[in-house]
Ligand binder design. Structure first.
Ligand SMILES: Cc1cc2nc3c(=O)[nH]c(=O)nc-3n(C[C@H](O)[C@H](O)[C@H](O)COP(=O)(O)OP(=O)(O)OC[C@H]3O[C@@H](n4cnc5c(N)ncnc54)[C@H](O)[C@@H]3O)c2cc1C
Length: 463
């Protein structure tokens, strides 16, 4: 325990794990401390928000940032990307109009083109002219006469398959197919874990909950912070708080408090077997938080489908979105962050009755637009968790990292694709403060990840 690490990272979700990979790759010695059994085992992610098209209410600027960060993330770990597009539609009774979606997609297509011009390797979502395609009612009727595709490649082929299952009468036209891919959290977790095991520049300690942090920046020691847990203490020069929704609990150990929001959400696992053809991800837009909030059906392997329904009876929960201000930033033992029902789910899991109730409700939610989905069945326990949203605006969808104090970074990730960008900024900050910290040339994190054999990733991800 006498070693002094250049960087101590608290939290081994995607933000902490990707930061550790990025630093280790640049030769910066770090230690990653995670209270759970394994890395990247917190709230789920399944959708690469390559343009933010699931959020019509956010700004164009946030959409462009999400597109840029998603491309960086997909380049960082291509093995975790499921290459299938997303079907975007608006139900007849929704206030949103297709023209608004069309305008945004056109803007994003141009921006994607500029990213490819900047660096041709950014063309990871296919050619920019194929970023999206709009389909009028007449085009859909004509497409419906074609045969289904077992291995769809073009937008038209994916749309043909989609027409087999959706009730078009429920939807406004045009509808859209866009290159927002799936993101396999299990493959990313497996790859990150294996890559970190291989590097000499990062020590990973799971089952290690940080309970105290000593600020030694004013003392004449060779390190700035001492991080303490039940099993030991660790000397570090630079501290990274990657605690996810518990970021503020870690900040409370430092006497800091940053206002923001925390949100508990769940998605539901279902099995829908004997489908005639592969499907894209299906989105039926709606006003978040109302009984008609967005419905999202995400295909996984083996006939499994994940459902998000942005209504309080399904993905959202009463008391699930909570503002955290200075008064609620105290130690967790004194102040539970959510109401008892949510805290019980976070700490002990779900009871079977609620799994059945909410998953069946979710099946009915999708069944409004996909009639055959009514025969889907509960596929397992929900995927769930809490996340943070920094600042005043609870609709914010992109945030990266901030440096509130000297030798301290707080990661503010809202969507998982922001983690890599946050890691890059932390490395820049460390090298700016102490260029001697890097023992290897500064480079992208690919080399560590690329060295991991695909078969090993597959085997761990399956488990
Ligand atoms: C239902 C749901 C669906 C989602 N879907 C998507 C999606 O499709 N696409 C997308 O991009 N994003 C999605 N998100 C958001 C995404 O899950 C988060 O952005 C991402 O997981 C945040 O990662 P993180 O590493 O910052 O935080 P976390 O994953 O929460 O990691 C923080 C880690 O810190 C650890 N920790 C905290 N305190 C301590 C301590 N004192 N000591 C040691 N360890 C500590 C925790 O155990 C945890 O492992 C979804 C979120 C939810 C809830």
């Amino acid at each position: 325990m006498d070693q002094t690490y250049s960087v101590g990272i608290i939290g081994g979700g995607i933000s902490g794990a990707v930061t550790a990979l990025h630093l280790a790759n640049a030769g910066v010695d770090c230690i990653l401390l995670e209270q759970r059994e394994s890395l990247v085992s917190g709230p789920p992610f399944c959708h690469l928000h390559a343009g933010g098209n699931l959020y019509p209410d956010i700004s164009d600027q946030q959409c462009r940032l999400l597109l840029r960060q998603s491309i960086e993330s997909a380049r960082f770990f291509p093995q975790a990307i499921d290459q299938r597009p997303t079907f975007l539609s608006i139900p007849q009774n929704a206030p949103l109009r297709p023209a608004e979606i069309h305008r945004r997609l056109t803007m994003l297509k141009e921006y994607y083109q500029s990213l490819i011009q900047e660096d041709p390797s950014n063309q990871i979502l296919g050619p920019s002219r194929e970023y999206f395609q709009a389909f009028s009612r007449e085009e859909l009727e004509s497409l419906a006469k074609r045969s289904l595709k077992a291995k769809p490649k073009t937008h038209e082929e994916w749309m043909r398959n989609t027409l087999e299952v959706i009730d078009l009468e429920q939807l406004q036209t045009p509808v859209f197919m866009v290159q927002e891919y799936g993101w396999n959290m299990f493959r990313l977790a497996a790859g990150a874990q294996l890559a970190l095991e291989e590097t000499e520049h990062c020590e990973v300690r799971c089952r290690t909950k940080v309970t105290c942090i000593l600020d030694l920046r004013e003392d004449s020691t060779d390190h700035n912070w001492e991080i303490q847990s039940g099993s030991g203490s660790y000397k570090v020069n630079f501290l990274v708080n990657a605690g996810g929704y518990q970021t503020r609990e870690v900040e409370a150990l430092l006497g800091l408090s940053t206002p923001g929001w925390i949100e508990f959400k769940a998605s539901y696992l279902t099995q829908w077997s004997n489908l005639p053809c592969p499907l894209p991800e299906l989105i039926f837009h709606g006003e978040r938080g109302t009984p008609e909030g967005m419905a999202q059906l995400t295909p996984n392997n083996g006939g499994y489908f994940q459902i998000h329904g942005m209504s309080e009876g399904i993905t959202l929960f009463p008391g699930g979105l909570k503002k955290v201000s200075e008064s609620t930033g105290g130690p967790p033992a004194n102040q539970p962050l959510f109401n008892p029902g949510i805290m019980s789910k976070l700490q002990k899991g779900w009871d079977q009755e609620e799994i059945e109730l909410r998953t069946n409700r979710a099946i009915g939610y999708i069944g409004k637009y996909v009639p055959d989905f009514h025969r889907a069945e509960v596929g397992g326990p929900p995927l769930y968790g809490a996340q943070q949203i920094v600042g005043e605006d609870s609709n914010l969808r992109v945030a990266e990292v901030s440096f509130p104090q000297d030798h301290y970074a707080r990661i503010d990730t809202i969507k998982a694709s922001s983690a890599l960008s946050a890691a890059g900024k932390i490395l820049d900050k460390i090298l700016e403060q102490e260029p001697s910290q890097a023992k290897a040339p500064k480079q992208s994190p690919q080399p560590l990840i690329e060295a991991v054999p695909k078969s090993k990733i597959d085997s761990i991800a399956k488990k």
